[in-house]
Design a binder for this molecule. Sequence first.
Ligand code: GLN
Length: 247
Amino acid sequence: MPDNSGYSIKIVHLYPDLLNLYGDRGNIACMQKRLEWRGIRADIETCTNKDHSIDLKSADIIFVGGGSDREQEIVCNLLLKKKDELKTYVESGGVLVAVCGGYQLLGKYYKTAATKIEGLDILDIYTDSGDTRLISNVVLECDKFDMPIVGFENHAGRTYLGEGVTPLGKVRYGNGNTGDSGYEGVLYKNVIATYLHGPLLPKNPQLCDYILLRALERKYPGFEGLKPLDDSLEETANSYIAGKYVK
Ligand code: GLN
């Protein structure tokens, strides 16, 4: 069994003071705990509207949550100043996890009825707001994992994917990227972007470990693999939700 002690990972949380709908911050706690349970140190740094002084180059995982259109626009304008730095990070295999509003702002633009918010153009996607909100529990099938990905979505935006990216999963229940494409989220290099809100990772330990492993392998070439954890509680929660919506 691999001994993971002695490693460390720096997680940068972008603008939790503006984008933290449904407790997206729980994903940080989950990543931190799953690292610490293996003896890996987790350093959490926060970039807020009051303190932007963050060095993205030293990040191993960057996380950005979701929020209202208004807050999303503020964050978008702030992140446009870090656009080149973020793009370099992503293109060099940096791990970036983005939820809902955070997902949308990685694309070319997010067009609402009122305005068009310029995106960071990191992902080959764009988002148009629809007349209705897509609100649902969600169950996805993802060929990287044997467990389904379960979560909750609430968005007006419909996100259209270009050739350069692949979806995170196939929708088994819920709406996903557009409501009718049959797909949800995006995987691009080590970017994991999804509409699934709130503490997504505690219910999806395989997705959480996928994120942690990508970061550890990038920082420590030849990393020997993650020490297994007892995930029986997480597996019970995941299969309860999945079984409720997909027969
Ligand atoms: N404001 C975006 C939308 O409604 C994102 C919402 C969210 O992050 N839940 O599509």
